[in-house]
Design a protein around this ligand. Structure first.
Ligand SMILES: Cc1cc2nc3c(=O)[nH]c(=O)nc-3n(C[C@H](O)[C@H](O)[C@H](O)COP(=O)(O)OP(=O)(O)OC[C@H]3O[C@@H](n4cnc5c(N)ncnc54)[C@H](O)[C@@H]3O)c2cc1C
Length: 295
């Protein structure tokens, strides 16, 4: 296995749309960074703790489990997609949605060529079964880098139906060309500017009866409602979908509610994750608990 942490240097900046900034990262510190090749592969950007000024890193095992030698609260990191990976020399493009607040977003907006940031080894989630003939890809702006890379890698015979919600028409990006892909852009939708319509479109779009795959990325409560639909109405088996909460609206409010949550409930949640039971059933229970407490 390759190294877990790498120091990336900002090589260039490019404003893709009013709401999306691309940073290209590279430098000698990335020489050992490997790619999974998976379309939605992501990594974390780690920042110094605002109070201590120190960079605290977790211990991450090869199976992706994190432990926190310095205390969980000390670690400050945010998750981003590797939009493009180039080898020799290694460079990656990372596309940042510009939004209010946020350490990573503020860092990206201020970043100058030559600035550095610590990142970890990427991993991916998208896993379309080999027999799939179609895919439904639905996301907000945060999922656009992954959707674009997924589409780039999609074989010609697979039909892609895509819905992308963006803050305004100017935030549309040119997607990679694919002969069997159709996109519908939802303007002034979700993204913290308006209620999301992702749940509505997933509920309404007719799905072929042939084998397929659903990939969704967006705000966590939006994805939770889609998850209920996919699990309870469509009753798809887990290998037929990947539904990922990419960000949390009103993050400070969420953090405060989580901090105030009864330790017994947190222990119950942890026990679920460690139980070895069906991971999707455990996640259903986890989402139910969060929902119950307004999280
Ligand atoms: C697997 C994965 C891949 C991701 N890939 C990307 C990517 O390629 N590009 C990208 O931009 N994001 C991506 N995200 C989402 C990104 O991690 C979050 O938006 C994250 O909150 C940004 O970190 P931050 O430090 O800027 O803000 P935080 O400190 O996490 O949040 C600060 C405040 O900003 C608000 N906020 C956070 N994100 C948004 C948003 N998108 N719109 C409106 N308000 C927001 C929160 O509600 C919070 O109140 C990905 C997430 C995951 C899980």
């Amino acid at each position: 296995m390759s190294r877990m942490f790498h120091e990336a240097r900002v090589l260039s900046r490019q404003q893709l749309t009013p709401g999306m900034l691309r940073l290209t990262l590279g430098g000698a510190g990335l020489s050992e960074l490997t790619t999974t090749g998976i379309g939605d592969e992501y990594l974390r950007l780690f920042f110094p703790n605002e109070k201590t000024g120190k960079l605290h890193l977790p211990v991450i095992t090869d199976n992706g489990r994190w432990t926190y030698p310095d205390g969980q609260d000390a670690i400050r990191c945010s998750t981003y997609t590797v939009r493009r990976y180039r080898a020799d020399p290694v460079e990656i493009d990372v596309d940042f949605v510009i939004h209010e607040g946020g350490l990573a977003c503020a860092w990206a907006l201020d970043a100058k060529v030559g600035d550095t940031v610590t990142i970890n080894r990427p991993r991916g989630l998208y896993s379309r079964p080999a027999d799939a003939l179609w895919q439904l890809l639905v996301c907000d702006a945060t999922g656009l880098p992954a959707l674009s890379r997924i589409l780039e890698q999609t074989p010609r015979h697979i039909e892609s139906r895509m819905f992308v919600e963006v803050a305004s028409a100017e935030d549309e990006l040119v997607l990679p060309h694919h002969p069997a892909a159709k996109v519908t852009w939802l303007h002034k939708s979700g993204n913290g500017v308006a209620p999301s319509r992702m749940g509505e479109v997933v509920g309404a779009v007719p799905l072929p009866r042939t084998p397929g795959y659903i990939w969704v990325a967006g705000e966590q409560k939006v994805v939770r409602s889609i998850r209920k639909f996919v699990r309870q109405e469509l009753r798809l088996p887990p290998e037929r979908y990947e539904l990922v909460g990419y960000w949390t609206a009103n993050g400070a409010d969420w953090d405060a509610k989580w901090a105030a949550l009864d330790p017994a409930i947190k222990a119950q949640i942890a026990a679920g994750w460690n139980s070895g039971r069906d991971a999707e059933v455990v996640r259903d229970e986890y989402e139910d608990v969060l929902e119950k407490f307004g999280l």
